[in-house]
Write a protein that binds this ligand. Structure first.
Ligand code: S3P
Length: 444
C-alpha cells in the first residue's frame, strides 16, 4: 500500500477476541541471535514475521547459519558460540531495527575481520556511541564517524570482561553488553537502571548460561560468566504487548466495547502502559496468567473506560512503557485534567523523535500541549474532544508507531484522517491494518 490511508468514520462498538497477535519482537530477535550461537537445532513457534525480525535473520544467515521458516515455525541450526563463518567485506543491514543493530554488533566482538553494520535512514540517525563505548572496553575495534551507523567493527582474540553502568534504562544497551559478555573470559558485571529483562530470562531459562541477578528498588545488578557453550532450545514466543497496546487503547477509548487479546507477554518489565492506564481509570485485566521460561504470559481483557482521569506519571514507569508513550499521550488527551510525563529524553531517540512528533500531532488536533523541562510533556485533557476537520499525518521517518497511533486517533476521535506510510507497519506489526478492519474499522 503506497498511498496514504483515509479514515473518515469512528469505529463502532464491538465485542471481540484477538486470538493471535504478532510474536513479541524483542523476544524474536533475542531468539534468533542466541539460537544461532547454540549447538544444534533450536525451534521457535510464533516468531514475529515483522521486517525487523526478517532483517535480523538475513544478517545471521550471512555467517553460514542455516535458518528455516515454515509458517510460524522457525528452525535455527546453530554451530556453537564460535561457529560463525566470517567472510571478507561483510555488510550487515539491520534496516529499521535498533535492537538488531545493537545486539548483533555485540556478538561481532568475536569477528576476526572488519564487518560493516548499517541500517535505513531512521536507524542511521540513532546514537551508537552507547554500545560502541562498552564494546571498545571489551576490546572491539571500530571505524566510525559521528557515533552513528554505518560503522565497521572488528573483534579481538583478547576479549576482557568489563564493569558496566547502564544509566538510561535501555534494554538494548544492557543486552548488547550481555551478548558480548558471552565471549569474555570470567565475569562481566552490570549495574543497570531497570528495563525489560528478556535477555536475563533467556540466559537463565533457555540457554542456561551462568548468570546472577540481584535487584533493589532502582537498579538490577547482573553478573554473567562468559565462554560457556550452550545447547539448542525451543521457545514458544508469546504475543507482543507493544502491538497489543494499540488495541488496548482503541478499546479503552471506544464506547461500549470489550476485547480479549489471547496469549500476550505480560512480563512486569513490559506493562508500564497498563499500570498507567489503570491508574487513569481504564479497565484492563489479565486472565489465564502463566509463567513461561521466566516470562509471564496471559490474556489481556479490556473494556471501554467510562471516564479517564489525568495522571502525573511517575518516572519509574518510563522504561516499561517507552514504546507505548504515544498511546498514553492520546489517552491523556481525552482524560479529565492535566497529565504530566517527565524524563522522556529517550523517546526522542527512537525510530523518529517521538516526543516532538507526539506534541505536534496533539497540537494539530487542538489538544493544548506543552513541552516542559526535563524532557517532559504536559497535556491538557478534554473528555469532550470531538474532531471535525481533516488531519494529515506526514512521513515522520516512516515511523510505524506514529502511523498506528494516528489510525487509533482517527478511529476514536472522529474527523477525516489522511495518514501516510501504511507500509511502515511491516516493521513491527504487519497484520495491524487487517486486525483493525476485523474489529469493524473502515480504512480506505
Ligand atoms: C528494546 C528495547 C527498547 C525498546 C525497543 C526494543 C529491546 O529500546 O524501545 O523497541 O528489545 O531491547 P531501548 O533499550 O533503546 O530503550
Amino acid at each position: 500500500m503506497k498511498n496514504p490511508v483515509v479514515i473518515n468514520n469512528k469505529i463502532k462498538p464491538y465485542i471481540k477476541i484477538i486470538k493471535n497477535i504478532t510474536g513479541d519482537k524483542s523476544i524474536s530477535i533475542r531468539f534468533l541471535i542466541l539460537s544461532s550461537l547454540a549447538h544444534g537445532k533450536s525451534v521457535a513457534y510464533n516468531l514475529s514475521n515483522a521486517q525487523d525480525i526478517i532483517n535480523t535473520l538475513k544478517c545471521i544467515r550471512k555467517f553460514g547459519i542455516k535458518i528455516k521458516i515454515k509458517k510460524k515455525i522457525c528452525e535455527v541450526y546453530g554451530n556453537g558460540l564460535y561457529g560463525y563463518e566470517y567472510k571478507n567485506n561483510m555488510n550487515l543491514d539491520a534496516g529499521n531495527s535498533g535492537t538488531a543493530a545493537r545486539l548483533l554488533s555485540a556478538i561481532l566482538i568475536n569477528s576476526p575481520k572488519y564487518i560493516r553494520v548499517t541500517g535505513d535512514n531512521s536507524l542511521k540517525k540513532r546514537d551508537m556511541k552507547r554500545i560502541v563505548d562498552p564494546l571498545k572496553e571489551f576490546g572491539a575495534l571500530f571505524k566510525i564517524k559521528k557515533n552513528t551507523l554505518p560503522f565497521l567493527i572488528k573483534g579481538t582474540k583478547f576479549i576482557r570482561p568489563i564493569n558496566y553502568n547502564e544509566t538510561r534504562g535501555s534494554a538494548q544497551c544492557k543486552s548488547s553488553v550481555m551478548m558480548a559478555a558471552l565471549f569474555a573470559p570470567g565475569i562481566t558485571n552490570l549495574k543497570c537502571i531497570k528495563s525489560r529483562d528478556h535477555t536475563e530470562l533467556f540466559f537463565k531459562n533457555a540457554i542456561n548460561v551462568p548468570i546472577k541477578v540481584k535487584k533493589n528498588e532502582k537498579f538490577d545488578f547482573i553478573k554473567v560468566e562468559g565462554r560457556k557453550n550452550f545447547k539448542s532450545f525451543s521457545y514458544n514466543i508469546p504475543g507482543d504487548i507493544s502491538s497489543a497496546a494499540f488495541f488496548i487503547v482503541l478499546t479503552t477509548l471506544n464506547k461500549n466495547s470489550s476485547l480479549t487479546i489471547k496469549n500476550v507477554n505480560i512480563n512486569p518489565s513490559r506493562i508500564g502502559m497498563i499500570k498507567i492506564l489503570n491508574l487513569m481509570g481504564s479497565k484492563i485485566s489479565f486472565r489465564n496468567k502463566k509463567k513461561y521460561k521466566g516470562e509471564v504470559v496471559g490474556d489481556v481483557h479490556i473494556k471501554s473506560a467510562k471516564k479517564l482521569k489525568s495522571i502525573n506519571c511517575p518516572k519509574k514507569f518510563n522504561s516499561s512503557a517507552i514504546d507505548e508513550m504515544l498511546l498514553l499521550f492520546l489517552a491523556s488527551s481525552v482524560a479529565k485534567g492535566t497529565s504530566i510525563f517527565r524524563g522522556l529524553e529517550e523517546l526522542n531517540k527512537k525510530e523518529s523523535k517521538r516526543l516532538d512528533w507526539g506534541i505536534k500531532i496533539l497540537k494539530m488536533i487542538g489538544v493544548k500541549t506543552n513541552k516542559i523541562s526535563n524532557h517532559g510533556i504536559k497535556i491538557y485533557g478534554n473528555p469532550n474532544l470531538q474532531l471535525k476537520k481533516t488531519y494529515r499525518i506526514k512521513s515522520y521517518l516512516k515511523d510505524h508507531r506514529i502511523y498506528m497511533l494516528a489510525v487509533i486517533a482517527g478511529l476514536t476521535l472522529g474527523g477525516k484522517w489522511i495518514i501516510n506510510d501504511p507500509d511502515s507497519i511491516k516493521t513491527s506489526f504487519p497484520s495491524f491494518n487487517k486486525l483493525v478492519m476485523k474489529l469493524g474499522a473502515k480504512i480506505n
